[in-house]
Design a protein around this ligand. Structure first.
Ligand SMILES: O=C(O)CCC(=O)C(=O)O
Ligand SMILES: [Fe+2]
Length: 259
């Protein structure tokens, strides 16, 4: 089995996949604005209109329709195709993070550059306006992955903060009930264990094709799925500048700062 044990073997892994894996939908790997839902495509090239399709569903949490249904459908099929190839060829498939037991890392099979372009050209202009205080104006790398929930897979995800500065969470499908995202307040590293205030608690229903954008330190969980299957693309977007800035004390963006 092709195993990943260190950065060197990871580079070998990615090179091996690139050489041997035949994509199902090769056109997906080349970024193209046709992936955008019409309402977003209309505004992406006009900086002054960029925020017009984006709704602040709760302070500091934003949502809008990002991808077409066709893109979501093909993307899920590509993920399945890669998973099948790994299984048939006895190739390790990395898990997305330490919490999710189902899914894939998108950079492992060629999607790093596509998503880097999405982040730099279309998401960063938005986060520059919305989250400049946590590096939203200097995002420069990402860790992106797929998470999956179903009655025979992961059912939910515990309350946590992300290892990101800004997170873009896009629902790709399929049909499901339950599985709402729950948010419980923005906290810095010093205050992460403080309980949510009543007014900080909000449940958000996720719709296929729609994106939810939030600060990485906006604590959240995925609630129990009740039926069907929920497949989401998660982009942990990072700013090396922000990641390297130590937090000496509780910052003003922390929900606990003024308490
Ligand atoms: O399942 C979701 O929508 C959230 C996943 C998540 O929070 C994460 O992977 O960090
Ligand atoms: Fe998360």
């Amino acid at each position: 089995m092709l195993k990943i044990t260190d950065p060197e073997s990871y580079h070998k892994y990615v090179a091996y996949v690139k050489e041997h894996y035949t994509p199902l939908h090769s056109h997906l790997y080349e970024f193209n604005k046709d992936v955008f839902a019409p309402s977003f495509r209309c505004v992406v090239d006009k900086k002054e209109d960029l925020l017009s399709t984006i709704v602040e569903i709760y302070p500091q949490i934003y949502s809008w329709e990002l991808f077409t249904a066709e893109f979501c459908y093909e993307f899920i099929a590509e993920v399945r195709h890669f998973e099948k190839w790994c299984m048939e060829n006895d190739i390790e498939k990395r898990l997305p993070n330490s919490m999710n037991n189902y899914g894939v890392v998108l950079g492992d099979f060629g999607f790093y550059d596509f998503l880097q372009q999405l982040m730099l050209e279309y998401i960063k202009p938005i986060t520059t306006i919305l989250y400049p205080d946590v590096g939203g104006d200097s995002l420069d790398y990402h860790h992106s992955f797929i998470v999956e929930y179903a009655l025979n897979k992961d059912l939910c995800l515990d309350f946590h903060v992300d290892a990101s500065d800004v997170t873009l969470n896009i629902c790709l499908g399929n049909e499901f009930t339950g599985g709402d995202l729950y948010f419980g307040g923005i906290r810095c590293a010093w205050c992460q264990q403080t309980p949510p205030l009543k007014e900080e608690e909000i449940g958000v229903r996720h719709e296929p094709g729609h994106a939810i954008l939030h600060r990485g330190k906006h604590r959240h969980s995925a609630q129990h799925i009740k039926s069907g299957e929920r497949i989401n693309m998660i982009m942990w977007c990072m700013s090396s500048r922000n990641q390297q800035t130590p937090l000496d004390e509780c910052p003003t963006w922390c929900g606990n700062y003024y308490k």
